[in-house]
Design a protein around this ligand. Structure first.
Ligand code: PEP
Ligand code: MN
Length: 338
């Protein structure tokens, strides 16, 4: 439920209501507005009788939250969330954010050359996997901590925030030390322990949509992260499994307007994993920006043919540069900027 406080309710009144909610067994998530404060209260309904709250000083109204995703949905927070990832980069504002880099960090030369190229083209965040969730246990699994260290060095040298995937609860602390954003991959979207552990760090979390997940399941996964008090969640549509086999996955462009209607969280798109083929990446990227996505995550590799993972869907730096140029007028046409 939402406890709506009267305009200009005092700090003491707000604190008293929060205290009472905690006593009743609710978790509280206050949103302080300039005039008005609302307090999101989530928890087991059976534990509490909230009717007494409506008589507390400063309380204007008690409104139930009908959707199962309480913190992620728009009932509690209507304004779009702008996620500050540090280094002057914000996702969800007027400016679109393009994240780019290789599927996996493979070595110093590779990551530096991609990072320099994508930065020059206008990307704001560098991606690179250090722990890779591969379909086969015999495929390259990532450089692990060495990869994280390389990402961190590039970040310091080029002044660019970095994102990398965390695949296991045991690595959350380690990855958090090096990465600005924790990426939760499609295969782990419903790994609830991992979602909670990432949420506890309070770091920005990029939550990819599961391969066969509905939008509601995806929003419920984001709710796990937010229920730990982490407000900086970014959703990422990366294609879902359908009967279609011409592409690796099927990009669900519907997810953009649907998520925008249901949630205040920013949503970006990953046409690299969504299509699985570099030839289709640019067209799909353009479509997602036109549809209102807040950014993109694109795989770029200096030598895709010899990439350790996801070469077929990786753009060469020069193709990425072309994409950045064609995105500009599209962004402008939908009231955004790059
Ligand atoms: C990735 O970003 O390299 C990746 C493995 O993505 P996904 O979880 O969407 O498959
Ligand atoms: Mn990949």
């Amino acid at each position: 439920m939402i406890v709506v406080m009267r305009p200009y309710a005092t700090k003491q009144e707000i604190q008293n209501v929060e205290k009472r909610l905690t006593e009743l067994g609710f978790q509280t998530h206050p949103i302080y507005g300039e005039r008005k404060t609302v307090i999101g209260a989530v928890g087991e309904k059976s534990l509490a009788d909230p009717s007494s709250l409506s008589h507390m000083p400063g309380v204007e109204a008690i409104v139930p939250i009908l959707k199962p995703y309480k913190l992620v949905g728009k009932e509690l927070k209507k304004d779009p969330t702008v996620v500050d990832v540090g280094g002057g980069v914000q996702i969800g504002g007027k400016e679109l954010v393009i994240i780019a880099g290789p599927c996996a960090v493979e070595g110093e030369e590779q990551i530096y050359s991609v990072a320099q190229a994508i930065k020059k083209s206008g990307a704001k965040i560098l991606r690179g996997g250090a722990f890779k969730p591969r379909t086969s246990p015999y495929s390259f699994q990532g450089l692990e901590e060495e990869g994280l260290k390389l990402l961190c060095r590039v970040k310091q040298d080029l002044g660019m925030p970095v994102i990398t995937e965390v695949v296991d609860t045991r690595d959350v602390e380690l990855v958090s030390r090096y990465s600005d954003i924790l990426q939760i991959g499609a295969r782990n979207m419903q790994n609830f322990r991992l979602l909670s552990e990432c949420g506890k760090t309070k770091k920005p979390v990029l939550l990819k949509r599961g391969l066969s997940s509905t939008i509601e399941e995806w929003l419920m996964a984001a709710e796990y992260v937010m229920s730990e008090g982490d407000t900086r969640v970014i959703l990422c549509e990366r294609g879902i499994r359908t009967f279609e086999s011409a592409t690796r996955n099927t990009m669900d462009i519907n997810a953009v307007p649907v998520v925008k209607e249901l949630s205040h969280l920013p949503i970006i798109a990953d046409p690299s994993h969504g299509t699985g083929n570099w030839k289709y990446v640019n067209a799909v990227a353009r479509a997602f920006i036109a549809a209102g996505a807040d950014g993109l995550i694109i795989e770029v590799h200096p030598d895709p043919q010899h990439a350790a993972s996801d070469g077929p869907q990786s753009l060469k730096p020069e193709v990425f540069d072309e994409l950045m140029n064609v995105l500009k007028p599209i962004a402008q046409a939908v009231g955004r900027a790059i």
